[in-house]
Design a protein around this ligand. Structure first.
Ligand SMILES: C[S@@+](CC[C@H](N)C(=O)[O-])C[C@H]1O[C@@H](n2cnc3c(N)ncnc32)[C@H](O)[C@@H]1O
Length: 338
C-alpha cells in the first residue's frame, strides 16, 4: 500500500506560482548557451562565467537554483555538469528545446504576459498594446528575435512532424503546400515519407528564406521549393494544404480569409489538414488550454474546439471530415471542399 501523501493545496499553489522563477532561469541558461558550454564535460563556475561574460557569483546562484530542479548538477569539486534534463538545452541535438526556452523569456514574449490582467479585462491582445503592432509585424523587423522564434518552431516540429506523418497518409496528393510552413520541417517530413509528392513551403519572405537550406540538407531540393508571400492575399495552387499552428494565431475573421484563400487556390479534389491542439470539452487536462492563453496574450488567436473548427471551415468553403489524434498533443483536423 502506498503511504504517499498529496501535498496540501497551499504547497501545490506555491510551486505553481513560483513556476515563473524556473521559467526565466531556464530561459537565461538557454540564452547563455550554458548547456552547449558543458557539452564536453563539467566546468567550474569561474570558467563558465568567463566563457559567457557573466558575473560569477550570480551565475553560481542561477546554476544552483536550476540544479535544484534537475537542470545541471554540481559535483563535490564545485563544478557544474550536464543532466538528462539539461541535455535538451543544447543546440542542434535531437529534442533540443534551447530556442524555445530562449524566446519564451525574450522581452517580446515575456513582457506582454505582465499585461494579462488588462487583456482579461478588455479582450485586447497584450502584445499589440505593449509593442504597438502585431507580433508577426514586430518579428519581421527584428531579425535575431525572428530567427530564434523560427528555430523554436522547428524544435516543436521535430516532436510533432513525425507524429503527423504516422497518423495521416499523404500519398494521394501530387502537390502539397505548407501554408505558414516556417523553415519547412513538417513538409520535409511529409515528403520524405511520400516520395511521389512535390511540395511548396509558403511563408513570409524573410521567414521562408530559411527553408531552402533545410530542404537541401534533407535531400529535397529537387522536389520542394520555398515561396514567399502573404497568406491574407494569396496562396499557391495545390492538392493538399497543411497548416500547423497557423489558424490558432488568428481571430475568426482573419482565419476565414486564410482558409478562403486556400479554397480559392485549391485544385479539384484538394484537401486541407490543420495541425492544432483541439480543445476537449469540460475540465479535461489539455496543453491546448494553456497554449490558448499564449494566443490570447501574444497573438490575436485562440485554440478551438471541434465545433469551432467546423464553423470556420463552413464559412470558408470547406467541410470538416475527421479529426485524427496523433502521438503528440496536436491533432490533424481534415477538411474537403464543400
Ligand atoms: C506559429 S508559427 C508556425 C510555423 C510552422 N507552421 C510550424 O508549425 O512550425 C506561424 C507562422 O505563420 C507565418 N505567418 C504569419 N503571418 C503570415 C502571413 N501573413 N503570410 C504567410 N505566413 C505568415 C509566420 O511567419 C510563422 O512562420
Amino acid at each position: 500500500m502506498s503511504d504517499s501523501v498529496s501535498p496540501p493545496p497551499e504547497v501545490v499553489m506555491t510551486q505553481l506560482i513560483f513556476g515563473k522563477w524556473v521559467a526565466m532561469a531556464i530561459s537565461v541558461a538557454a540564452k547563455l548557451h550554458l548547456a552547449d558550454h558543458l557539452a564536453n564535460g563539467p566546468l567550474s563556475v569561474a570558467e563558465l562565467a568567463t566563457r559567457t561574460e557573466t558575473h560569477a557569483p550570480s551565475l553560481f546562484r542561477l546554476l544552483r537554483a536550476l540544479a535544484s530542479v534537475g537542470i545541471f548538477a554540481e559535483d563535490a569539486a564545485g563544478n557544474f555538469a550536464q543532466t538528462p534534463l539539461s541535455q535538451v538545452l543544447r543546440s542542434n541535438v535531437p529534442g533540443s528545446m534551447r530556442a524555445v526556452a530562449d524566446y519564451c523569456g525574450a522581452d517580446w514574449s515575456w513582457r506582454p504576459w505582465g499585461q494579462l490582467l488588462e487583456t482579461v479585462k478588455t479582450g485586447q491582445t497584450a502584445f499589440d498594446a505593449v509593442f504597438g503592432e502585431q507580433v508577426f509585424e514586430y518579428l519581421s523587423k527584428h531579425p535575431h528575435e525572428s530567427e530564434v522564434f523560427n528555430e523554436g518552431m522547428t524544435s516543436f516540429s521535430m516532436q510533432e512532424s513525425p507524429a503527423v506523418v504516422a497518423a495521416v497518409d499523404f500519398s494521394a496528393f501530387g502537390t502539397i503546400v505548407d501554408v505558414g510552413g516556417g523553415h519547412g520541417h513538417l513538409l520535409g517530413t511529409i515528403l520524405m515519407k511520400t516520395p511521389t509528392a512535390r511540395g511548396i513551403v509558403y511563408d513570409l519572405p524573410h521567414v521562408v528564406a530559411g527553408a531552402p537550406a533545410h530542404l537541401a540538407a534533407v535531400g529535397l531540393a529537387d522536389r520542394c521549393r520555398a515561396e514567399g508571400g502573404n497568406f491574407f492575399e494569396t496562396v499557391p495552387a495545390g492538392d493538399a494544404y497543411v497548416m500547423k499552428h497557423i489558424i490558432h494565431d488568428w481571430p475568426d475573421d482573419k482565419s476565414i480569409t486564410i482558409l478562403r484563400n486556400c479554397r480559392r487556390a485549391a485544385n479539384p479534389g484538394a484537401k486541407l489538414f490543420l495541425v492544432e491542439m483541439v480543445i476537449p470539452p469540460g475540465n479535461a487536462p489539455s496543453p491546448g488550454k494553456l497554449l490558448d492563453l499564449e494566443m490570447l496574450v501574444i497573438a490575436s488567436g485562440k485554440e478551438r474546439t471541434e465545433a469551432e473548427y467546423a464553423a470556420l471551415f463552413a464559412a470558408a468553403g470547406w467541410r470538416l471530415t475527421r479529426i485524427v489524434p496523433t502521438q503528440s498533443p496536436t491533432s490533424v483536423i481534415e477538411a474537403e471542399l464543400a
